[in-house]
Design a protein. Sequence first.
Length: 155
Amino acid sequence: MRLKDAADDFLRCRRIAVTGVSRHPDRHGSNVVYRRLRARGYEVFAVNPNADSVEGDVCFPSIASIDGGVDAVVIGTAPGRAEATVRECVELGIGKVWMHRSMGQGSVSGPAAVIGRSHGISVIAGGCPLMFEPAADAGHKLIRGCLALAHRLPA
């Protein structure tokens, strides 16, 4: 599946958990994703086992603790935590995962992607949901263009 098609499919989900949302939101990638999805009308859920609230909202210690579940997950934690998150998604039957990455390593974990895909999860390993409509903004579209020119967007 092409990246744009996978992104469109992911962003059709309305209930999305964002892991790694910080209590200290100053330009933290997960917080930016969380705020933008919320502003675009998504029902988003902050996940951080070390926080009770984030961005003025309830924060959940795990994806499993979210009442009613979610349709998709944005992983915004260190790559070493991505595997456990993907395994939780497998257990919960969540079919879509996006491992956030812009310029650096981000949250991408090759082993986590393999685990997810081997269990039928659509895994986007890199890039950012904010690079695609309806969540996009001009800055993220520019970053997407730069990453595309550098051949650094996920396949």
